[in-house]
Design a protein around this ligand. Structure first.
Ligand SMILES: [Ca+2]
Length: 181
């Protein structure tokens, strides 16, 4: 994988993957469904409304962001849900991409603290950029996990942005791109 001119692995990103895993609920308890969602934001309005969203039932119009693995219950070994972002193919008008994980809400509140062994890993090719177990946002219903931004030269850089939201998946998708302190 190429590095940025200063050798920073978090810069000059081309193709990244966000992978989430969690354990299925024990027998008799409601299933847990975590969803990866990505929002894209324009250079003109990088903290405004998303140009488009990508999640389990919505595709990237230009094919640059793809949900490659989808789970509704966490059953299975290893990665349960994964998204690939081909940042190098995104049009210059895109300045930011924010990726988050939201828990589908049924009856009652479903927080990260109520999901067994949830974890997220962010990869640049084979290199790990970040991983987290959601412990610091255990009371949240959704959380941003990654922000990708173009630098002054147009190269993509990564920022880990673990921030919890008290919002269901639809509300979270509208909030996840907001400017944060
Ligand atoms: Ca899911």
């Amino acid at each position: 994988m190429s590095k940025g001119s200063d050798g920073n692995l978090n810069k000059g990103l081309e193709k990244v993957q966000v992978a989430v895993k969690w354990d299925p609920s024990p027998f008799g308890e409601p299933t847990c469904d975590l969803d990866i969602v990505a929002g894209t934001y324009s250079a003109e309005d990088p903290y405004g409304d998303p140009v488009y969203l990508v999640h389990f039932d919505s595709r990237s119009p230009d094919g640059t962001i793809t949900l490659t693995r989808d789970s509704r219950n966490g059953i299975g070994f290893g990665v349960d849900e994964a998204m690939t972002l081909e940042l190098y193919r995104m049009a210059p008008g895109f300045a930011r991409v924010v990726v988050g994980v939201a828990i589908q809400q049924g009856e009652g509140r479903r927080t990260f603290g109520g999901v067994r062994n949830s974890a997220v890993q962010i990869l640049n090719g084979p290199a790990e950029l970040a991983r987290d177990d959601f412990e610091s946002v255990s009371g949240a219903l959704a959380a941003t996990v990654a922000e990708f931004r173009r630098d002054a030269d147009g190269a993509w850089e990564f920022r880990k942005t673990l921030r919890g939201y008290d919002a269901d998946p639809n509300a979270f998708a509208r909030l996840m791109g907001e400017r944060t302190p």
